[in-house]
Write a protein that binds this ligand. Structure first.
Ligand code: SAM
Ligand code: SF4
Length: 490
């Protein structure tokens, strides 16, 4: 894995289509205007308490904030107001998503990579990592190990390499969907992969991907340049910046954005995530990202950059930035991964997170072997609780686990999903489906202890559903689940 081969160089040159960047520019300019962002942050450096409260009130009405309001929140220095922001985050989440958390598991497929991102153990020059690309049989073994724990949703992750391009990704998705074992199955596979051209994205759309995630890493141009060498594919910042615009155009209308926090001032990244959301909404008829991710930089094997990064984010700032994202984009899903330690996850779940992973092992091929990630993983995870342990913890907090995958299988993505989320209709669709999938989990996979308290909570949620008709309908479906039927949804 030293210098790119001729074949790799040829592939790299063929991938980037300049017109699939240029068509999304605003009069030749990006949606990120660095100077404007700094100016807005500077202008709002001392927001009044009353202005902050006005912003909180707007967000509680489920209205997306504008960049000036977001800049003001980011500069709030009043601890009492921060508590109000956190409380508002929870209340927004309850309004839009209810008392449920969606669960998924990461499944790393390949760590071959042509890029050289300074923070990542998979960067091409890192010889300390064992390179692996799972065979079909190994993928099946991983899926069996995951579904045996109760997982129904995956995020499949790939390095960027000619041998693992769109055709390979589409093939692996098929292998995952076809792996079924006495009721255990993956019903939704999201992917986190490199930016692709529109024609390739159409191939993924045809196989039925869930969410397509691409993290920008950093939206700050100079920082981006310093971490992603110019002579690599990822060195082309604009190709990445418009990856999800291309996805929307290709018909993949369920996209996830994210920034890798710890590379630059976090306030710049939060402002940029909002601008990314706004640009997608403006260009695609009001449909923005389905999810926002906010991974923090973690230690990685033989990766000196992550040992002492200049912009490391302390836990308190991390909590604040999550709170601001929640208020800025009230109807977008928010993903908190097992990169974070248990204590941080526990303190952040209640301010508006909608998706978690658990029981994760990001060593390639390691679910089936049961080994720890070691030299096969991209970075280190900090929350090593099992799926059952996290679910049980959430039950104690009064939150039910959802493995619902009805949305994308019923075409409730893009416009349709945004309408549901913005109008708060989630309670009549997603909450019943959460109840039904939680019932499956409790019956098929949970320990006796979790089962007992889980069913009590589930009955409470059933009583909370709006309208007698809906409650009767869901009770009937629930009875069928108890009698062994599976995959029932509204
Ligand atoms: N290779 C593809 C790419 O870069 O777009 C797929 C994604 S990569 C395998 C998954 C994500 O992991 C990256 O987008 C990055 O945000 C994150 N990541 C990389 N190194 C990390 C580290 N040291 N700590 C935490 N997250 C990291
Ligand atoms: Fe490759 Fe992605 Fe790691 Fe960069 S972050 S080195 S592109 S796997």
């Amino acid at each position: 894995m030293s210098m790119p081969t001729d074949a790799e160089n040829k592939w790299i040159d063929s991938l980037i289509k300049q017109d699939e960047i240029d068509r999304y520019l605003n009069n030749g300019k990006d949606f990120i205007d660095e100077q404007l962002i700094w100016n807005q942050l500077e202008k709002q450096k001392n927001p009044s308490d009353s202005y902050i409260r006005e912003i909180i009130a707007k967000s509680l009405e489920l209205e997306r904030l504008n960049p000036v309001e977001t800049a003001a929140l980011l500069n709030c220095r009043n601890d009492e107001l921060w508590e109000e922001i956190f409380r508002a985050g929870l209340s927004i989440k309850r309004k839009v998503y209810g008392r449920r958390i969606v669960f998924f598991a990461p499944l790393y497929i390949s760590n071959y990579c042509v890029n050289n991102c300074a923070y990542c153990a998979f960067r091409r020059e890192n010889t300390a990592v064992t390179r692996t690309c799972l065979s079909d049989d190994q993928i099946r073994a991983e899926v069996r190990a995951l579904t045996a724990e109760g997982h129904k949703r995956l995020i499949m992750v790939y390095g960027e390499h000619p041998t693992t391009g769109a055709d390979f990704i589409a093939h692996t998705l098929k292998v995952v969907y076809e792996t079924k074992h006495s009721g255990d199955e993956i019903r939704r596979a999201n992917i986190n992969a490199a930016p692709l051209p529109i024609a390739d994205l159409k191939k993924l759309s045809e196989v039925g991907i869930g969410t397509y995630q691409v993290f920008q890493e950093t939206y700050h141009p100079a920082t981006y340049r310093s971490l992603h060498p110019a002579d690599t594919l990822k060195g082309n910042m604009r190709w990445r910046l418009y990856a999800l615009h291309r996805a929307m155009e290709a018909g993949v209308d369920d996209v996830g954005i994210g920034a890798l926090f710890g590379l630059v001032d976090y306030r710049f990244e939060v402002m940029s995530l909002l601008l990314h959301t706004i640009d997608l909404e403006e260009k695609f008829g009001g449909v923005g990202p389905h999810t926002i991710s906010f991974p923090r930089l973690e230690p990685a094997l033989n990766t000196p950059f992550v040992e002492n990064p200049e912009h490391l984010i302390d836990d308190e700032s991390f909590r604040k930035l999550v709170g601001v994202i929640r208020l800025s984009v009230p109807y977008t899903g928010m993903i908190l991964t097992a990169r974070e330690p248990q204590s941080v996850r526990n303190s952040i779940i209640s301010i508006g997170v909608t998706q978690l992973d658990a029981g994760s092992n990001i060593g390639i091929g390691c679910y089936a072997t049961g080994k720890t990630g070691g030299d096969r993983q991209q970075f280190e995870l900090a929350d090593n609780r099992t799926l059952e342990e996290v679910i049980s913890y959430l039950v104690d907090l009064g939150m039910i686990t959802s493995f619902c995958t009805a949305g994308y299988r019923c075409g409730r993505t893009g416009h349709y999903f945004m309408d549901i989320a913005k109008s708060g209709k989630v309670h009549t669709l997603c909450m019943p489906n959460a109840i039904l999938t939680f019932a499956e989990y409790l019956d098929d996979y949970a320990s006796e202890q979790t089962k007992e308290k889980g069913w009590i909570l589930l009955e409470e949620e059933l009583r909370r559903l709006p309208g007698e008709d809906l409650r009767i309908r869901v009770s009937e479906l629930l009875e069928r689940v108890r009698n062994g039927e599976r995959d029932l949804y509204l």
